[in-house]
Structure formats: C-alpha cells, structure tokens
Design a protein around this ligand. Structure first.
Ligand code: UDP
Length: 255
C-alpha cells in the first residue's frame, strides 16, 4: 500500500491488487481528484479497470505499465472491490467510469470535453443526449473510434484545435489505454480518460444494468446478454475469483 505521491492536496491511498495499482477513493473523492487534475492544466491519465481489465493487465505488461502511470485509477467493478476486501485492503466502493463522469458533469465546473471513440455517429449522438441532461457541459468536439493509424495525426490536430480540458477515449481495453499512452505527450494540457462503452450507453445504443443488478455485481451479465461476443472476456471472471481466493488462502497459510 502506498500514498499518492502527486502534489495533490487530496491525500489518498493507492493499493495494489493482482500487482495493479488502484486508488482507494470514494466516488465523491474521485470526482474531486478529477476536478483537481483538470484545474491543474498539466494533463493526466485516468483509468477505470474492471475485473476483466485487471486480469488482462496481469498478462499484458504494456497495459499494466499504463495503469502504473495513471494519475487516477478507480475500480470499475464490484469484483475489484470484493477482491480488495477479501485480501484485507478494502476499497471504499465501486467507482465506475460512467458514474464518475455523470457526477462530474452534474457539477458546476466541467471544463471543455472531447469525445473520441465508438462507431461513426455514436459519439455525436452521445453528445446531444449529454447536452439535454447537462446543459452547462461544453462538448467541444467528437470523432469516431474506427480510424486507421495513418489518420491519427489528423485526429490529434482536431483535438488540439478544440482545446479540451478532458478527452474521453472510448476505444475499448486495451486499445484506449495504448492510445492514451502513445498520445499523452502530444495532448499534454488535457486529461485523458479511458471510458470503454460509455458513449454507447449515453447514445442509447446499450442499456446500463438496473441498480439491483449492479448491486449484485451482475452488470457484466446484463452487458453479456446485449453483446454475446463478450463471452470470451466474461470467462476470465471465474479465473479472477479463483486467483483471488488462492491468494487469500496463501496469506492464511503463511500467517
Ligand atoms: N471501439 C472503437 N474502436 C475500436 C474498437 C472498439 O471505437 O477499434 C469502441 C466500441 O465501438 C465501443 C468501445 O470501443 O464503443 C468498447 O467498449 P467496451 O465497453 O467493450 O470497452 P471495454 O469493456 O473494453 O472497456
């Protein structure tokens, strides 16, 4: 366990779970941290791994390297919070990317936001829906996430021209994290945040699980029903649970 080493007045713990850092912040504190990063205008990296992303990071050093660099990294999954509690490093609560952003958008100072990702037309639709809900929100640009590598520089200059404080990157794990790492120097005044399928939810293309499902830790199942192609990824959840239990039993054994 370590404390944040950033020059942040908000002191918080950073635990390590399956060798990946996670910040022990409540949703309210995570919103404050995001606001702080934006106010500093020095850029930053925000990641919100769920159980499947944590599992993947164990096997993929390039993904884990990005999590190590994150200025804010929150548990986007009930399974991550459960594992922290079982291993005696209790995270206060689940802080999903979508909850973090919606709480942030509802605040008074949201800054200038750019949406990058999802299928053509989805980020635009998401922007319109967000404007209806948060009239103060300044969305300064959008671009879809199905671009060729040789189109990247064009996208970077589009983002530069828009001068966003916050760039939401919805390209899926691990593409969004790799993109953020590769481009963070070029966009060094903006905070970059990986948001997975948030644009699809805001655009109304995907439904979020009802609260009762979320409380039971079954949001992944609700998503799987809507997108059966996620089955291979969902199959890593039992592997994650087994590994966490194995760690717990090893701790008990050596005590
Ligand atoms: N996506 C994209 N470009 C790609 C691959 C995926 O923009 O090359 C988008 C996809 O349309 C979807 C999001 O990335 O909007 C992936 O969402 P998902 O919830 O699967 O992300 P994860 O669970 O990996 O964070």
């Amino acid at each position: 366990m370590q404390f944040s080493s950033s020059p942040s007045p908000l002191l918080f713990q950073r635990i390590r779970l399956l060798n990946t850092p996670i910040d022990a912040l409540s949703l309210r504190e995570a919103v404050a941290r995001l606001q702080e990063l934006i106010a500093q205008s020095r850029g930053g990296l925000v990641c919100t791994p769920d159980t499947t992303a944590l599992w993947r990071a164990q096997k993929d050093p390039s993904l884990r390297a990005i999590y190590e660099e994150a200025d804010l990294i929150t548990p986007d999954g009930t399974g991550v919070v459960w594992a922290s509690r079982l291993l005696g490093m209790a995270l206060p609560e689940r802080v999903s990317g979508i909850d973090l952003l919606e709480r942030f958008f509802a605040g008074a100072h949201t800054g200038r936001v750019f949406l990058l990702g999802a299928a053509p037309g989805v980020a635009e639709r998401a922007a319109l829906k967000l404007w209806e809900r948060y009239p103060n929100l300044q969305i300064v640009g959008t671009h879809h996430g199905y671009f060729r590598p040789d189109e990247n520089e064009q996208i970077i200059s589009l983002i530069h021209q828009a001068q966003p404080d916050l760039v939401l990157v919805g390209l899926g794990v691990p593409r969004q994290e790799l993109w953020m790492r590769e481009n963070r120097e070029k966009l060094n005044r903006s905070v970059l945040m990986g948001v997975g399928g948030c644009f699809d939810v805001w655009a109304g293309r995907l439904m979020r699980a009802p609260l009762s499902w979320q409380r039971l830790g079954l949001e992944w199942l609700y998503r799987l029903v809507q997108e059966p192609k996620r089955l291979a990824r969902a199959l890593t959840i039992p592997l994650f649970v087994l590994e966490v239990w194995a760690l717990k039993l090893t701790h008990l054994w050596w005590r």
